[in-house]
Design a protein. Structure first.
Length: 106
């Protein structure tokens, strides 16, 4: 029984010592509480900004890049076709000029 009473007295004494905060510790605790409040506010703002971010478009980007590649290939093919048609046009024009020289149109 004495050990239980002694143990209870030690616990009570420790509780009394802990409850007597020094002014320096109280000031530090208050500063930390203010800083925690400030940081929570900043965190709330950052979380709000994160909610407002546009959705991730990397999946769309790969599809767009693939479409761009196809369009570039089509452009290249069409440019080659244009060159071929221009050379054919020049050939036909030369043939027509020869024809006009050979058979004079009146």
């Amino acid at each position: 029984m004495k050990s239980v009473t002694l143990y209870a007295a030690v616990v009570a004494f420790a509780a009394v010592l802990c409850s007597c905060d020094s002014p320096e510790m109280v000031k530090k605790r208050d500063q930390q509480a203010l800083e925690i409040t400030k940081l929570r506010g900043e965190l709330a703002l950052i979380e709000e900004r994160l909610k407002d971010l546009p959705p991730d478009r990397t999946a769309d980007l790969s599809a767009i890049e693939e479409e761009t590649k196809k369009q570039q290939e089509e452009i290249s093919k069409l440019e080659n076709e244009i060159k071929d048609l221009e050379s054919k046009k020049e050939s036909v024009r030369k043939d027509f000029e020869e024809y006009k020289r050979k058979y004079v149109i009146r």
